[in-house]
Write a protein that binds this ligand. Structure first.
Ligand code: IPM
Ligand code: MG
Length: 365
């Protein structure tokens, strides 16, 4: 049975990196898979086409697809468009409408790139963290929100951090399940010392742990301390679960530890309904307008995001492994895009990187 993938390349370097993923998808189709792809607009390019960062028709296609693969959204060009139609709004609507409440952000340090980290090699060598970020709640979506005029020359900007029990339960279950598959321990991160939503977060995670996952080792950490610990001794962490805003910030820190943002994939998953898990896969990096259109971008994060789709949406573990091995081999052979090259290492183009990965896949198949 054919598998339907909706590709949303987006803005900036999105289309360039997605073009390489399409070559990888073609390769799998030539080797027995049956992926059918459709491409559509999201972000600034969607705004340019129809005045919205994502159209209702695109949302419908995303809901119908077996998985969505997204490139990146945003750029200077849209700096002054209305707030509710800015490129990022398209991404947020996709997350909300598809109910993708669990965002998996692995931060893995590839040995070959350990020297590109801003931390010392010994601190990051072998690093393998998985951040599970709550993605459809918290301050990103809480009401009330907005800017109001106070009538005395002053304005008030409001956002609301809000979590209900079921939201914390479902994302912590995803994290506990992943912890079971890995090192059997989970770090829950909040700020219960200043936020009631953090008090509830900690209580609910503790209850889910006691009732459903007593065999996993659960620990708690305040978010500010966690940020500090991440740059002090990052290897103390394995799986982490946290809210939407802390997850946004901590995952950027974790990403930087690995030496290249251009290498990190992510998966956003919802709850299984009739055997199907709503899912969207995207690189952690942004649209990088400064290098867009120049063939300089590293396509690996987006290719690895497709690799996560193979694993989590399509249960194609062997294929995912082949893709990851091919990328490891390419890195081991010294092939580098600009973001991961050091000193006077030669730099390859986006499509050269695609060529190299495909050549390795042919060797490994
Ligand atoms: C991310 C990004 C987004 C977020 C932006 C682009 C809205 O930073 O996916 O981490 O804040 O969630
Ligand atoms: Mg972010």
């Amino acid at each position: 049975m054919a598998t339907n993938l909706l590709l949303l390349p987006g803005d900036g370097i999105g289309p360039e990196v997605m073009a390489q993923v399409e070559r990888i998808i073609d390769w799998f189709n030539q080797n027995g898979a049956d992926f059918v792809t459709e491409t559509d607009l999201v972000g600034g390019c969607a705004y340019d086409a129809h005045g919205q960062a994502v159209s209702d028709a695109t949302i419908d296609k995303a809901l119908a697809a077996d998985a969505v693969l997204l490139g990146a959204v945003g750029g200077e060009k849209w700096a002054n468009v209305a707030y509710d139609v800015r490129p990022e709004a398209g991404l947020l609507r996709l997350r909300k409408d598809l109910q993708l409440f669990a965002n998996l952000r692995p931060a893995v340090c590839f040995d070959q790139l350990a020297d590109a980290s801003s931390l010392k090699r010994e601190l990051v060598e072998g690093l393998d963290i998985l951040i599970v970020r709550e993605l459809t709640g918290g301050v990103y979506f809480g009401e009330p929100r907005g800017i109001t005029d106070l009538g005395n020359g002053q304005q008030r900007g409001v956002n609301t951090q809000v979590y209900e029990t079921y939201e914390i339960e479902r994302v912590s279950r995803v994290a506990f399940e992943l912890a079971k598959l890995r090192d059997g321990r989970l770090m829950s991160v909040e700020k219960h010392n200043v936020m009631e939503s953090g008090v509830l977060w900690k209580q609910v995670v503790t209850k889910v742990h006691a009732e459903e996952y007593p065999d996993v080792k659960l620990e708690h950490m305040l978010a500010d301390n966690c940020a500090m610990q991440l740059v002090r001794t990052p290897k103390q962490f394995d799986v982490m679960v946290t809210d939407n805003l802390f997850g946004d910030i901590l995952s950027d820190i974790a990403a930087m530890l690995t030496g290249s943002l251009g290498m990190l994939p992510s998966a956003s998953l919802g709850a299984e309904v009739d055997g199907k898990i709503p899912a969207m896969y995207e690189p952690v990096h942004g649209s990088a307008p400064d290098i867009a259109g120049k063939g300089l971008a590293n396509p690996i994060a987006t290719i690895l995001s497709f690799g996560m789709a193979l694993k989590y949406s399509f249960k194609m573990q062997d294929e995912a492994k082949l893709l990851e091995d091919a990328i490891q081999n390419v890195l081991a052979s010294g092939i580098r895009t600009g973001d991961i090259a050091r000193g006077d290492e030669a730099i390859c183009s986006t499509s050269d990187m695609g060529d190299a990965i495909l050549a390795e896949m042919n060797k490994l198949k």
